[in-house]
Design a protein around this ligand. Sequence first.
Ligand SMILES: [Zn+2]
Length: 465
Amino acid sequence: MRPLKMLVWSVAIASMASMVVSSQSRGPAGAVLYEGARVIAGDGSAPIEGGAFVVQNGRISAIGRQGDVKAPAGAARVDLAGKTVMPALINVHVHIGYEGYTTWRAENHTPQNVLDHLQREAFYGTAVTQSAGSSPTAMSLQFQRDQQAGKFPPASRFFFMPGMAPPNGGPDHILLVATTALHVVNEVSTAPEARAAVQKMAAQKIPAVKIWVDDRRGTYPKMTPEVYNAIIDEAHKHQMIVHAHATTLADQKAVVRAGADVLVHLVQGEKLDDEYLALLKEKKPYWATVIGLGDPIGVCENDPFFEVALPPKVVATIRATVERRPLEPSCGPPSPNAARREEMLAYNFPRMIASGARIVLGTDTGIQPGHTFGSGEHVELARWVQLGLTPSEAIVAATRRPAELMGLKDMGTLAAGKRADFLVLDANPLENIRNTRKISSVYLDGAKFDRDAMLAKWKKTDTSQ
Ligand SMILES: [Zn+2]
């Protein structure tokens, strides 16, 4: 990193530290009994009707049926009759920092903007947001330390993984320009270079790495098997998790065979074959689907759920865009290949699941301008159910399983000892998965996230700054 960038970053951190509210890692100390709601634990078990739970010091201390759960003397009570409670979401794949809502570029990548995006994630109920391959390492480590130390106002918890690609390969064109300006992607051509880069990450205690294996239909240099085998081998020596971006059947087979832990994206141009399904059964990789990003977005349907957190100018631009371009949200008619994509999804998705791919929530939000953070999670959940998951399975894939993948032992489910990160919903998502959008409130570490204050802030500034 250039010293100037470092300086700008440090100054920004210092100025943010002065507007600190309270530590988000501790939560309110007094016990609170939440009672009367249907409680979905996030582990696939049947919901508790008329549930109750106690939150103390940001954690759940007891959970069960109303009447069975005893609150400590002096505990405050919150009546949640008629509501449904579920764990907050965990998104393993986003690209935060670059969206500015008036521009989309490297210059927007400041701690304030990262925080703003994390607040948008929290607004929509996401407790953990993992940036995948596009966040500058030194800056991100500093941000994590500061957030864990409670220096920032409440927001989704930030995680990141460095990216690796061949020189001039890797991210989509628009993200490539931005990440190049910040020297984000580790460019490696040989196995020794790859191993050295992974060793450096391991020394910094970074738990995961992303590789781009794609050649974008022959337009990009492709990562060679020699290089990705070395990355995966070296990463596993250091107990690091490897996320592999691969979009063709041949590439997905190759990275699964090589031992990649997480597949990113789905094969949408060809049908999966028996050889691949057998490989999935053997290896059981995690799978971040990234289905919904290509969908026409909710602002086209005037759905306030999507609109509230976007500046009106962005909403107007999306609605006025009718021509379909791969990197731009628009409200035009479906692209000519949309029907074929749906056919492939309908064929491939259930086969991936039946073969043991362990689905986890990943949205790719932020890889292109105009897609607001946080709402994409709810689109992805609905897509999974449309393609065959039960709502309960979809919720597990967005809560317990990503927590398990990321090694977040105290997150992902609602149980005694876990962090009190949860959504209070006005309707039951087990009846209709779209009810995850009926958010009454969001709690992080036992503290109610001030969604109204966020809306007021976004309204006032009309941009993310
Ligand atoms: Zn991505």
